[in-house]
Each structure stands twice: as C-alpha cells, then as structure tokens.
Design a protein around this ligand. Structure first.
Ligand code: CA
Length: 464
C-alpha cells in the first residue's frame, strides 16, 4: 500500500482557498489568469480533473472534508450549522496517529476548532484588511492583508513546531471569497486590461429551469455596490450592465487569487529552504468552485460543473509521479480517509468517503466510483434563492432533481416551486447549455441515472 511503502509518514500541508474555481488556475487551462506558484504543484505532482464537492457552499464543504461525511450525516447542511463537538473528525484522528495538528485561517464552522494542537482562525468569514483572529488566548486584530497574514501565521507555526512529530497543517484562506477585496499592492493590477468573457456570459436564462431563472446570482443585476466598489452608472441595464459589472467583479476576484498564488509560493519556498519538500505532501484546493460569469452568474450552490468541481493539486515527491493527471472521480468526503491512510490509519467506520491513496500511486482500483451524488441544502438558510436539489453525475451525464423547496433572500418562506428535472449530456454539451430531460433520445440513460441516484441515496443513507 501507498503509506506502508514509505519509510516515514509524510507531513501534510493542506492549503485551501475559498471559492477559487479551477478555471482560474493556469494549470487547469485558465483563459483569464496565470497562477505560477499553484502550478508548481501540478508540474511537480498530480492534478485531479474530477474532484467534486458534495454540497457546494463554504461551511458544509468544510464539514464534509473534516468528517468524511455528507451533510445529512454530519449535520452541517448550511452556513449556520456546526459539527457535533463531541464527535472525532480528521484532526482528532491525525493527532491520535501522532501528528502535530494545526488549523490556521478561515474555519467557518461556528464553534471553536477541536482536535487541533494549535489554531488561529478568522471569526466567521473574517475581514480582508487588518483582520481579527481568534486563538485559545482570545481575539486580536492584526495589521495587514488577510491572505499574507494567514501564511505568516502558518510559517510561524512551522518554524516553532515540535520537530519530533510529523505535521498536519490546514492553511485556509478567506480569499477569493466575496466581496473580493484585493491586497493594496494589486488594487490597480489589470486596470487597463479587458479580461476575456466566458462564452455564456449573456446566456438567456429564460430557456433554463425555473430554478435557474429564480436564482439571484446574476452578474450586474444581482451585484451590489459592495461587490463592485462603485455605484452603478445611471441607466445602465441588460447586456451593457453585465459587461460592465463582469470586468469589475472578475478583476477583483483575480487580484485576490494573485495574493493566494503568491502565498502558495511562500509556503513552497519555505519547504524547499528547510529541506522539507521531499517528505511533505502538499495539497492545494478550494472549498468548492465558482461561476466566473458562466451562465451570467457569480457564486456557487448549483450542481453545475463550474461550482461542483474543486481544484485539487497534490505534490509528494516520494509517492506521486511528477506532472501526472488523474481523471477519476474523487470527492471532498474522500480527503479525510486519504490523509489517514497516508498517516498509516484505517478509515474510521463512520466516514462515507474512500481513500484515494492508491490513485496517487497511479493505480485506480477496478471498483472505483463512476458516479457521484450531490445535495444542496442552503435553501434552509436562504440566500440567493437557490432551490433545494440533489442529483447524480456520471462520467458522461448529469441528472438534477429540484424537489420544490425554495426560500427567499432573508430566509423567509418563499412560495415552493414545482418539482423539475434537468439532464445534461456532458460529452456533447460540457457547458451544460441544453437540458435534455424528456428528450426521447435520452430516455434510457435518464432511467439508468434515476436508478443510480436512488442507489446512491440508499448507500449514503440520505432518506427524506
Ligand atoms: Ca466557499
């Protein structure tokens, strides 16, 4: 097995940003930016092309990563939920396995972190400028830019760590989360550029599902003055409004990403300088993807490709072939079992994910998953009026069921929507522009996916 083949267990440096879509990473073929530091991990390690989130929103993804469970098992359905503090999660298990554990940056799981030897976290979403952090000693404000400070703290921890133990460090950025406030030094970067627009920035949503039409994620129409940092010019509407808002939004987003990228470089440089690079497994990921103007939207939540796909780059010179690419489906609930296997531990019985350590070694088990199950629950907490849904994605198709629950912006009950289905042919239509649900040509595959969805719901014990 992967872990047993190594003479020493690897250190694990887990870097996670917030809302960084893989199509804003050059190693994933971004058309809008370059991320030279993050790309080092792809060049020197493995790129996962089909890593998916099981519930595309910040807090639930973090819960799934730590517990190895879907939202309906770990109780973290929405932004307002916390994990059961009495239950052990990834950090406890790593600590029990002899690792020194640390959590630095955006925690966003409501209660204080458990299972970490050291933690230094942002309260809630945290601030970009001069942020307050919380430790066991209490709250303290720090001068500077959040993304830099999180890495300052991570480097401080690494320098002062107990060198007799391997480390498991979670370095979690707030960036590039809304409201996309860049570091002062990058404030004017891209100012005179025109960032390429996605091909479906001006998509006519009236041709889509009711769920898509009611969602308030539209660049321009649903952007706020806080998002864009400037008032909307009077009379600007429609396509022109979107064109204008997209440039403002995407530039600030990319400016935030640039600081994340710089800071990945600082961490990798430190590992090089300290001779730790060989025996440290480094991950770069994001809690989910993001719409970068795709379908005319910002934000996440929907089970569409741009938001369920997580970037996942992993480097471990002792165990992962340089420049390799993996196309197997891995999920955020697999992270904990994987790290535990690398630490020489079995997957705890309550975890629903599966270790993909064998994929890192270049071997895909014959019975590796060919489909994934997704469920969005944030309708319970309101926000952006995204209707509740669940679905299944295979390697070629996607079936989504909006079962009819929606809430208004402030959590007030909005009128329930009629249940509806969407089905996409990911081979012919990777941008998911045409709903083929009900098309007789897809009757057979639709029936198969419905059956598979029910199988997965039973397997993960997601009953109504
Ligand atoms: Ca997020």
């Amino acid at each position: 097995m992967f872990a047993r083949a190594q003479s020493a267990r690897p250190n694990i440096l887990y870097i996670m940003s917030d809302d960084h879509a893989s199509h804003a990473i050059s190693a994933y073929g971004s058309k809008i930016n370059e991320t030279p530091q993050i790309d080092r991990l792809a060049k020197e390690g493995m790129r996962f092309d089909n890593c998916f989130v099981t519930n595309s929103i910040c807090t639930p993804s973090r819960g799934a990563i730590l517990t190895g469970q879907y939202s309906h098992k770990n109780g973290v359905y929405t932004l307002n939920d916390s994990m059961d503090p009495k239950k052990a999660h990834l950090a406890h298990h790593m600590k029990n396995a002899g690792y020194q554990t640390a959590m630095i940056g955006k925690w966003h799981l409501v209660t204080e972190p458990q299972g970490f030897d050291y933690w230094n976290i942002l309260p809630g979403q945290g601030a970009y400028y001069d942020p307050v952090f919380i430790t066991r000693e209490g709250k303290q404000q720090h001068k500077g830019y959040c993304t830099d400070i999180i890495v300052d703290f991570t480097l401080d921890f690494l320098k002062k760590r107990d060198k007799t133990k391997p480390f498991f460090v979670m370095c979690h950025h707030k960036a590039p989360h809304r409201a996309w406030q860049p570091a002062p030094k990058y404030k004017d970067w891209l100012k005179d550029e025109n960032v390429p627009e996605p091909d479906n920035l001006y998509e006519d949503l009236t041709k889509r599902s009711q769920a898509a039409q009611r969602a308030t994620l539209r660049v321009g129409d649903d952007s706020t003055e806080t998002d864009l940092k400037t008032p909307r010019p009077e009379g600007l509407t429609g396509k022109e409004l979107r064109k204008w808002a997209y440039q403002l939004y995407i530039k600030d987003y990319l400016r935030c990403v640039r600081s994340v990228d710089d800071n990945v470089g600082r961490l990798l440089d430190y590992l090089d300088q300290e001779g730790l690079a060989q025996n440290t497994l480094v991950v770069y990921t994001s809690d989910q993807g993001f719409f970068l103007g795709d379908h005319g939207w910002y934000d996440k939540r929907f089970m569409y490709e741009e938001t369920i796909r997580m970037p996942f780059l992993i480097r471990y010179p002792k165990g992962i072939k340089k420049g390799s690419v993996n196309k197997d489906m891995v999920l955020n609930i697999d992270f904990a079992p994987t790290f535990l296997e690398l630490a020489g531990q079995k997957t705890p019985g309550e975890m629903q994910g599966r270790s993909f350590a064998s994929l890192l070694a270049g071997k895909t088990p014959k019975d590796w998953r060919k489909t994934m199950y997704y469920r969005y629950w944030m309708h319970l907490g309101g926000g952006h009026t995204v209707t509740a849904h669940y679905g299944v994605r295979s390697q070629t198709h996607k079936l989504i069921y909006y079962y009819g629950q929606a809430l208004g912006k402030k959590g007030a009950v909005d009128k329930p929507t009629p249940p509806e289905w969407e089905m996409f042919d990911l081979v012919k239509d990777p941008r998911e522009m045409k709903n083929v649900y009900g098309d007789p040509a897809y009757a057979k595959v639709t029936a198969e996916l419905k059956k598979e969805m029910e199988r997965l719901r039973a397997y993960y014990q997601d009953a109504e």
